[in-house]
Design a protein around this ligand. Structure first.
Ligand SMILES: NC(=O)C1=CN([C@@H]2O[C@H](COP(=O)(O)OP(=O)(O)OC[C@H]3O[C@@H](n4cnc5c(N)ncnc54)[C@H](OP(=O)(O)O)[C@@H]3O)[C@@H](O)[C@H]2O)C=CC1
Ligand SMILES: O=C(O)C1=N[C@H](C(=O)O)C[C@H](O)C1
Length: 278
């Protein structure tokens, strides 16, 4: 089995969606971070991964943790769950994690308002950390975007958010783009939902002052590129982040679980975890 320094005080974590791109990155991150231990791994019912060793699937060698599909007993013996799956799966896991009273770290993006409401309900019973991006860089960028949007008013600067991801991504705009949009809206003191322009096609008319535009690119293996452009008359400021490896999200998620351990129920963000709020 793969070597790791273990302690009885290590936080026992479950990875759901264990065979996914992020699921595997999470298993590797738990394996390398002191204070965390892989206590369970879940895949979808009928998955060919059921019965396989989670460490072997993630490429770190055998860990003695078999991938299972029976969620309840695995959650009952855990302290936290790391969840980068799909919106429909995440709301189910949120309910079960709340019933078990364990920390739920949610990286899943593309949740509808109805799903978010269910997640808020679950957060009344257990700590949940949810963020469209778990990296330090993007969360720091969101603080800078908020400040820039506040300093540069809507009559002088237009805000546009551009993102590119790999061709397998199923939701748009990305969770990160929306997170950055929320930061810009917060800086401007406006409501993002009513002020955002999600697409443009045909004779759109001139740009309306104060709106926040989104543009989405998909292709190849891009892990995640985001730019917030503040465009004024004669000058342009671009605030960007480029993810080069999924490790940054996985390490952030483990850090979030360790931070949330022992906290009171509630819905927390990565800005809370990283102490980036004023
Ligand atoms: N917040 C952040 O920092 C980041 C968020 N993400 C988000 O994480 C999510 C996953 O991304 P990614 O890993 O690339 O996607 P993948 O498709 O590679 O992985 C998703 C995994 O979830 C599994 N899954 C789906 N439904 C269930 C279920 N009901 N029970 C058990 N497992 C289930 C899938 O299994 P199967 O293949 O059998 O369907 C798959 O293994 C996306 O929403 C993405 O946007 C990604 C990176 C960073
Ligand atoms: O699906 C992905 O891959 C990613 N999703 C997140 C998002 O929607 O912003 C985070 C990251 O950009 C990778």
């Amino acid at each position: 089995m793969s070597e790791k320094r273990v302690s009885s005080s290590d936080m026992k974590l479950v990875v759901v969606g264990a065979g996914g791109r992020m699921g595997q990155a999470l298993i590797r991150a738990i394996h390398e971070i002191d204070g965390a231990r892989l206590a369970g791994a879940i895949a979808r019912i009928g998955s060919p991964l059921i019965g396989r060793d989670a460490g072997e699937v993630a490429g770190v060698g055998p860990l003695g943790v078999v991938i299972r599909d029976d969620v309840l007993p695995v959650f009952a013996d855990a302290e936290g769950v790391l969840d980068f799956t799909s919106p429909a799966a995440t709301v189910e896991f949120a309910k079960l994690a709340a019933e078990a009273g364990i920390v739920h770290v949610i990286g899943t993006t593309g949740c509808s308002e109805a799903y978010d409401e269910k997640i808020r309900t679950a957060a009344a019973r257990a700590p949940i950390v949810k963020s469209g991006n778990m990296s330090l860089g993007v969360n720091l960028l969101s603080v800078l975007v908020e400040k820039a949007a506040k300093a540069l008013g809507p009559d002088d600067f237009d805000i546009e958010i551009l993102e590119m991801h790999h061709k397998h991504k199923v939701d748009a705009p990305s969770g990160t783009a929306l997170l950055l949009g929320e930061a810009a809206a917060e800086g401007r003191g406006i409501d993002l939902v009513s002020q955002s322009v999600r697409s443009r096609d045909g004779h759109t008319g001139a740009r309306e002052n104060g709106t926040i535009g989104f543009a989405t690119l998909r292709g190849g293996s891009v892990i995640g590129d985001h730019s917030v452009i503040l465009a004024g008359a004669g000058e342009r400021i671009t605030l960007s982040h480029h993810a080069e490896d999924r490790t940054i999200f996985a390490r952030g998620a483990v850090k979030a679980a360790l931070w949330a351990r022992g906290r009171k129920p509630g819905l927390y963000s990565m800005r809370d975890v990283l102490n980036l709020n004023d």
